[in-house]
Design a protein around this ligand. Sequence first.
Ligand SMILES: Nc1ncnc2c1ncn2[C@@H]1O[C@H](COP(=O)(O)OS(=O)(=O)O)[C@@H](OP(=O)(O)O)[C@H]1O
Ligand SMILES: Nc1ncnc2c1ncn2[C@@H]1O[C@H](COP(=O)(O)OP(=O)(O)O)[C@@H](O)[C@H]1O
Length: 632
Amino acid sequence: MEASTDTVNLDAGQAVAAYLEQHETKGLLRFITCGSVDDGKSTLIGRLLYDTKRLFDDQLAALESDSRRHGTQNGEIDYALLVDGLSAEREQGITIDVAYRFFSTEQRKFIVADCPGHEQYTRNMATGASTADVAVVLVDARKGLLTQTRRHSYIVSLLGIRHVLLAVNKMDLVGYDQAVFDDIVGGYRELAAQLGIEHVQAVPLSALRGDNLIERSPQTSWYGGPSVLEYLETVDPRRDQAGTGLRLPVQWVNRPNQDFRGFAGTIAAGTVRPGDSVVALPSGRRSQVARIVTADGDLAHAGAGQAVTLTLTDELDISRGDVIAASAQPPELSDQFAAHLLWMGEHSLLPGRPYWLKIGARTVGATVTEIKHKIDVNTQDRLAAKHLELNEVALCNLHLDQSIPFEAYRDNRALGGFILIDRMSNATVAAGTLEFALRRAGNIHWQHVDVDKAARSASKGQAARCVWFTGLSGSGKSTIANLVDKRLHAMGRHAFVLDGDNVRHGLNKDLGFTDEDRVENIRRVAEVARLMTDAGLIVLVSFISPFRAERRMARELFGEDEFIEVFVDTPLDVAEQRDVKGLYAKARAGKIPNFTGIDSPYEQPETAELVLDTVSQSAEDLAEQVIRKLLD
Ligand SMILES: Nc1ncnc2c1ncn2[C@@H]1O[C@H](COP(=O)(O)OS(=O)(=O)O)[C@@H](OP(=O)(O)O)[C@H]1O
Ligand SMILES: Nc1ncnc2c1ncn2[C@@H]1O[C@H](COP(=O)(O)OP(=O)(O)O)[C@@H](O)[C@H]1O
């Protein structure tokens, strides 16, 4: 049992809990290690685990035989093998996921997130860094500061780690030369100053030989600082929480019976006592703390980091994801932010596309309205950007579909750190940090109008609808929409066609056919279509609208029965044969880049209300089907 608690991967929550319980009374330090593949990171962690005697016989036996088989140390124990746990990692010779490991000394217990050094795994590093208080940044003394060092240090600073141990490793290979060490440390201090990393301790190290790892080494008599372990045992990474009132993000509402209603969570900041005045956010309702309940009985007082259940003196409607805060110092509410994003998605981030934003236990809809600039994490240069790719970092404006209580990430990780989730695949596509609320969020209000959509549709004798035609270029969208429009007109209905070709001459003439421009194109036309249905019209939208995410976004702007998605289902070869405007020929000749169906994707609808087969039925018959659907 012991051995398995020493090495676990990400989601082994039970092992973490068991380990914490076992060492309950000692202080806990969470740290991450980062560095390039060959900097000696795995050796460092392996040796820390080995030398702090947290290894058990069975692991040792495995280690010894593994060292003989795979080791790079001529049959000696290869400490790196302790850490490079997964066979896939061994085969590639790189660490590819975050692994959490535990060890303890007389002074402290430690959880180390072992972060991969390989360039493309920046996102794993961010995962590890988001819970760490200290970062151990490894540098090979022979190579000095590398691009990786800068990238990792940037992420360390972005994720709010203020204490860095700069481990200048492989000092034995440079003859323990102080000048080499000083040179690297000087360079790193400059970088740290730029990044706002306040505390840097540099240690000359040979992880392999154990110099300055556990004990100070006689080989570096010129060095007067602590060993790596001494530093880890003594560093005080506590954040200055002065002046912050209570913040309890509610993880779940505990209601075992009619008489008890408790709000459970981990206190993110501040302290609480029975009798304190509190406010529930976002509702703004106030009450007082009645009891602080824990598994070990009621408390008279609790503070940051403690998991508690609060009961209140009034029956307030508080749900999972709400925040209970000191009523004298509540956090702000906003629905628009400037935020840093680290993009982790396989596909690019496209401004205007809706995602889910999860902050603590709360999930809301969110779009990136603007990429202010992306950041070259190697140089900290700011670069213009229209989209973001895997591992890129940018400052963005975010718009949420509801207001949330928040704090800047640098002040409070729990209330300022979030992830973005793709709505189609449910994959985590970004990690982010809220920087500040955009003032305009609070300054724009909905203007009430007395004549509403129902009144306007009624006066036209119809129900307002949005009929959304989607399909390849040349599939027949315009032809069919036009026939439907004529039929409706003849019936005395009030309809209007919004056609891609036409809208792109005016409102959207600034947009081309890149993915991000198509997203914006559809966002705008969906908003216009909604205004037209507000005016009581039947709107016929005829745009290729190739992406599912934007068609879903459009759908969500309308009421349940108001939106009719019509898939004009014409195979590419048929559309290409028709080639009404000669565009396919041009695209095939390479004269039109990003042409839908050729070198830009078309994602077929999965849940269209109507699918029209233009190969076996005439345009007139298909228009008739649309009319029937509209009027039933
Ligand atoms: N690269 C490329 N890809 C696709 N289409 C192109 C392209 N370049 C120009 N065109 C012409 O623009 C019309 C499509 O505009 P949309 O606004 O409907 O496109 S989209 O919804 O933003 O994808 C489309 O009109 P339709 O044929 O009516 O669909 C084309 O005539
Ligand atoms: N069943 C059909 N439905 C719609 N269009 C058809 C059909 N059969 C042939 N066509 C022809 O295909 C072409 C479709 O062009 P268009 O309506 O401009 O497509 P889109 O607006 O999707 O680009 C027109 O020339 C139309 O006459």
